[in-house]
Design a protein around this ligand. Structure first.
Ligand code: HEM
Length: 417
């Protein structure tokens, strides 16, 4: 029997890796663990098994009816409930239909065209970080850089006008904050406002389509038969799938570079390929999504080695663990961007295996190209503009976001001596 797993435990949130390593070392395809909230879950922690489960249609993404869905009896709950209809909560054929339309809007050409805007947005935020450091002696990279950048980029994707970006940033901050960090009713109000805003945004895109990806999506969906509820869910999904994950990537990658000065120096001296390798290794080493979204066994599934997952059981594929599987990645706990250079060691050796930070199978991340672009643009610009940047706290004492789904530091305080 395994120890009780308490995802809210600050020590586990900061370093869940020894726990996952123990489960992985047992070598079974999945382990049944008891969670502190009284439920049980099957955790998949090995790299090979993670890929198998994510590609196996017997594990469903559709939440059990009623579970986790707020009853729509208040405006805030109605707003939250509309999120439930997105593609990450669906299986084929619904999933295929929703995903096909979004893939058509997220073409590599459209995503790459965002580069100059991401550069501009980054430079503005970096100037803000520098201003805060000059005024207060320190700044928090999460608050001033890693959080706002992805939200502003999603603003570009959704075609949110410049004048509304501050609102989008404030509402997103509130709906993503823990309840105890806000005044009573603040989160509910933010949900209602986001809901009203996206409803109006869809109507506006129909009237006056722009050059943004979301306009393309609205136009295609009018032809492809998506209803307004599904479009609304899509807007929410793009916001939530795109900001919290990328925020954690930027925060964790910055922290890794600040604590690995040798790697930072190598990235500074190297070109874009080296920065791309830093992004790739940060995705592997500090997987921003600790686990995928929950899967449910639609039928009893025999995974082999005496592991039979009963029908209806909740299954979590732990990407953070699969990405540290020693069978796949030598020295898995070390931060070694070199492993993702095309030609590591000047001609010797091979590029490391693909990590699973963006998932695998039918739900593979739709925004992976955009997320990589954000990392590859933002990190070099931050460290080039602020060459003396250093951590203003003990790295080992930094608090992490609790839970099994997302992982990243809550704060990364920095200073420039
Ligand atoms: C570092 C940043 C990111 C990471 C690590 C990440 C990771 C993931 C993962 C692991 C999944 C699959 C989840 C599962 O199977 O349960 C996923 C799905 C998804 N991601 Fe990302 N993501 C990132 C950024 C983004 C961005 C920027 C966008 C869009 C603007 C985005 C949009 C989506 C969408 C729409 C899905 C659902 C795909 C589907 O259900 O078919 N992601 N992401």
């Amino acid at each position: 029997m395994h120890d009780l797993l308490n995802p809210a435990d600050p020590a586990f949130a900061r370093d869940p890796y020894p726990y996952y390593a123990r489960l992985r070392a047992e070598g079974r395809p999945a382990a049944r663990v008891a969670l502190a909230n009284g439920t049980h879950a099957w955790l998949v922690t090995g790299y090979r098994q993670a890929r198998e489960v994510l590609a196996d249609a017997r594990f469903s993404n559709v939440p059990p009816s009623g579970a986790g869905r707020p009853r729509p009896d208040s405006p805030a709950q109605r707003a939250r409930a509309c999120l439930a209809r997105h593609m990450l909560n669906s299986d084929s054929p619904d999933h295929t239909r929703l995903r096909r339309l979004t893939t058509a809007a997220f073409t590599p050409r459209r995503v790459d065209a965002l580069r100059p805007r991401i550069e501009e947005l980054t430079d503005k935020l970096v100037a803000e970080v520098a201003g805060r450091v000059a005024a207060d002696g320190t700044a928090d990279l999460v608050d001033a850089f890693a959080f706002p950048l992805p939200v502003l980029v999603i603003g570009e994707v959704l075609g949110v006008p410049e004048a509304d970006r501050a609102d989008l940033r404030a509402w997103t901050y509130r709906v993503g904050s823990p309840a105890d960090a806000l005044a009573e009713g603040e989160a509910d109000e933010a949900w209602v406002r986001l809901h009203a805003y996206f409803t109006e945004l869809i109507a506006r895109k129909r009237r006056e389509p722009g050059e943004d990806l979301f306009s393309a999506l609205v136009r295609d969906t009018d032809e492809g038969g998506l209803d307004d509820g599904e479009l609304l869910a899509m807007a929410f999904l793009l916001l939530f799938a795109g900001y919290e994950t990328t925020m954690n990537l930027l925060a964790s990658a910055s922290l890794l570079l600040l604590t690995h000065p040798h790697e930072l120096a190598a990235a500074r001296d190297g070109g874009p390929e080296r920065w791309a390798a830093v992004v790739e290794e940060a995705l592997r080493h500090a997987s921003p999504l600790e686990g995928t979204t929950w899967r449910r066994a639609a039928v009893e599934v025999d995974l082999g080695q005496g592991t039979v997952v009963p029908a209806g059981a909740s299954v979590l594929v732990v990407l953070a663990s699969a990405n540290r599987d020693p069978d796949r990645f030598p020295s898995p706990d070390a931060f070694l961007p070199d492993r993702y250079l095309t030609d590591p060691g000047g001609g010797e050796g091979e590029r490391a295996a693909a990590h699973l930070a963006f998932g695998h199978g039918p739900h593979f991340c739709l925004g992976s190209r955009l997320a990589r672009l954000e990392g590859a643009v933002a990190l070099p610009r931050l460290f080039e503009a602020l060459p003396g940047l250093e951590l203003a706290a003990e790295a080992s004492g930094l608090p992490y976001r609790p839970g099994l789904l997302v992982r990243g530091p809550r704060r990364v305080p920095v200073r420039v001596p």
